[in-house]
Write a protein that binds this ligand. Structure first.
Ligand code: PHE
Length: 341
């Protein structure tokens, strides 16, 4: 028995000497002191020892056990400390490393153009109002004097959700909604997305942004509309712009017109931007139709108003000389990051 104890003592001394990690020490603890370990085996051998030698033998085995346990414990703490220190050493910050660059986001080039429009309009006394992208046929069409069978509905290919609910084809739906709940004077700029079921090309998309502007009060005249439009675009482009009005048709205005600006790039002599016409088409406009006022419970005998609507992508195209409207929605950072403010 003494032999066995000595052999085990030696073996343990050798093994523990090479154990270097917390994990190894834990494994040794299981190996030596566990139920299937050599200490237990020795305990079993006690049965064969002569009864008078047994107590001493038992004590020796127990001493060995206690010694193994305390040796492992001490080594364990040692290793733990070492491993902690190693970890700390590895985690040391190298303050000489160059910092990681954080990429700051910025507003989208279309948002920037929209904000510019709204800032000018607010400066001119308009307040900003929003309306729903998903709206009923009533606010998008009917209240704006498009009757059910009106052929002008075909001008705007509509995405219908149900026969009565649709994606608005223009931000004029906000006009119809505001008039219903507000009494004149009304001076509103209404930005938002509009949707049309059209083929996507370099110049048209299935969704785009508009800003609708409208003013209702006593004695609002066509001259007010002309002046306000010219003033707005002059402020927007920080230049004295020249406007031209061409008769056009929208059911919700009478008279209706298209608004052109003398080409900002060539001054009218003709270039690729204005497609050699000398003019840029920038808005649809007109005097609000009496029927539309009536639908908003505003008496057309007492009040009159003007409205115009303009495309925001169109402005951004003009401002930056971008040729393809699809660039705006492709989320290519090489394109977008050119327009940091
Ligand atoms: N809603 C028209 C469009 O989307 C633009 C417009 C607005 C025309 C207001 C006249 C008055 O084409």
């Amino acid at each position: 028995m003494d032999n066995e104890i000595q052999k085990l003592t030696q073996e343990f001394e050798q093994t523990v000497a090479v154990a270097a990690t917390v994990q190894q020490i834990e494994d040794l603890k299981v190996k030596y002191l566990g139920k299937k370990g050599p200490i237990q085996d020795l305990m079993k051998l006690l049965r064969d020892v002569a009864p008078d030698a047994r107590p001493l033998c038992g004590k020796k085995i127990n001493d060995l056990k206690v010694w193994i346990d305390s040796t492992l414990q001490a080594k364990y703490e040692n290793c733990l400390q070492q491993e902690d220190q190693q970890k700390i050493a590895q985690e040391t910050l190298d303050v000489t490393l160059p910092g990681r660059r954080r990429h700051l986001g910025n507003s989208h080039v279309v948002t920037q153009a929209m904000d510019q429009m709204l800032n000018v309009l607010m400066e001119m006394g308009f307040s900003v109002q929003y309306g729903p992208d998903i709206d009923t046929d009533y606010y998008n069409f009917e209240a704006l004097n498009f009757s059910k069978e009106h052929p002008a509905r075909d001008m705007q290919d509509t995405f219908y959700i149900t026969s009565n609910v649709l994606l608005r084809t223009h931000t004029s739906n906000i006009q119809a909604r505001i008039m219903e709940f507000h009494k004149p004077p009304i001076r509103i700029a209404a930005p938002g997305r509009a949707y049309r079921n059209e083929t996507i090309t370099a110049r048209s998309h299935v969704f785009f942004h508009q800003v609708e502007v409208f003013y209702v009060d006593t004695g609002v005249t066509f001259a007010d509309l002309q002046f306000t439009l010219t003033d707005f675009f002059s402020r927007l482009f920080k230049a004295t712009v020249e406007t031209r009005f061409r008769p056009s048709y929208f059911p919700f205005v009478e008279p209706g017109m298209e608004v052109d600006l003398r080409c900002l790039s060539c001054g009218g002599s003709g270039c690729h931007l204005c497609k050699q016409t000398g003019w840029l088409e920038v808005a649809g406009a007109g005097m609000i139709h009496p029927e539309v006022l009536k639908n908003g419970a505003i008496d057309p005998e007492e009040y009159s108003g003007f409205a115009w609507g303009m495309g925001v992508e169109r402005l951004a195209l003009l401002q930056h000389g971008i040729k393809d409207i699809r660039m705006f929605t492709e989320n290519d950072l090489r394109f977008l990051s050119q327009f940091t403010q």
